[in-house]
Ligand binder design. Structure first.
Ligand code: ATP
Ligand code: MG
Length: 294
């Protein structure tokens, strides 16, 4: 597969970094994490990683755009159009809703949006919780294995995809900067890879609120604990110290064990909470056949 003029124009005309081209490929409009002189080498390392069995979406062709480039310390970083294999599945969705305390809102609409976010987060975790121990072992092996080709994962939730059939796929790796330190790094970073920044609350001013209906809360905790147990086994199997794993599990539980009470009682938060309870009750009635409310 090669880039065509038509693909380049398609990507250039799109406001986002990523244009989905088809089921197998995406077009990216971005600067890579290496300068132009090291781009071919970077792409070769991605190929090498894939040849070693690492689940990594690789770049198959590119064209640099002369009109846009930055120079840092005499090194040139051009924006380019990249044809890259499409990573299957989804990144974790952890969108927050931000409200101003002094504004009036349509509380039913806010409550519905919040519930929608919560449900999509929990649905994604459910899939991740059902994946086998082998899937988590592979994620840990791939994360650590990048070092052998001179790369490392960039631990942002947007750089990891999960699909039920393919497991976890890494995109957008960076040149290896932490040689010999990845076992120490992964134990703290893997939670971000899988859970993202956690279930995002309703932000009212600077206060955050979680108003999770009880049944959803129970599912969140159960999927979170199931994933943590699999990650723990995978990390230990791959040589990470058990005490360190336990410490990190405790530190990262906030991503799936939320305090269901307002952290601070303000009027707006309470009104949203009340509306949410009503919306949740109604949705329960309407979608009682769905996996969430049965
Ligand atoms: N191979 C791919 N398959 C599917 N989606 C992709 C792929 N590459 C990029 N994307 C989508 O485009 C987004 C941005 O791509 P990428 O991570 O390469 O750029 P970035 O400049 O590092 O941006 P970000 O800071 O969001 O990670 C990704 O988070 C993802 O949603
Ligand atoms: Mg990225």
């Amino acid at each position: 597969m090669q880039l065509t003029d038509e693909m380049v124009e398609l990507a250039k005309g799109h406001s986002e970094i990523c244009t989905i081209y088809n089921d197998e490929y995406v077009l990216l409009k971005k600067q890579m994490p290496v300068d132009d002189a090291h781009l071919d080498e970077y792409i070769r390392l991605m190929e090498k990683a894939q040849e070693r069995g690492i689940n990594l979406a690789r770049i198959v062709d590119f064209r640099l755009l002369d009109e846009r480039c930055d120079t840092y310390g005499g090194r040139k970083f051009s924006q380019g159009i990249y044809l890259e294999e499409r990573a299957p599945g989804e990144c974790i969705n952890d969108e927050a809703i931000w409200l101003k305390p002094d504004k009036d809102y349509d509380y039913e609409e806010i409550a519905k949006r919040y519930l929608h976010n919560v449900i999509s987060y929990i649905t994604e975790l459910e899939k991740r919780a059902k994946a086998s121990d082998e899937v988590y072992d592979k994620l840990v092996k791939d994360y650590l294995g990048l070092e052998s080709v001179g790369l490392e994962a960039d631990p942002k939730p947007s750089n990891f995809f999960f699909s039920e059939s393919k497991g976890y796929t890494i995109i957008d790796p960076i040149p290896l900067a932490r040689k010999g330190k990845m076992k120490e790094a992964i134990v703290g970073e893997i939670w971000l890879v899988i859970f993202g920044f956690g279930l995002k609350p309703l932000m009212v001013g600077y206060s955050n609120y979680h108003f999770l209906p009880e049944d959803l809360n129970a599912k969140l905790v159960s999927y979170g604990n199931a994933i943590a147990a699999k990650v723990k086994r995978a990390l230990i199997k791959n040589g990470v110290d058990e005490d360190l794993v336990n410490q990190e599990i405790a530190k990262n539980q906030w991503r799936y064990i939320v305090d269901n009470q307002p952290t601070e009682v303000v009027d707006l938060g309470i009104r949203i909470a009340v509306t949410l309870q009503e919306v949740a009750k109604n949705e329960q009635k309407q979608v009682s056949h769905s996996c969430f409310f049965d």
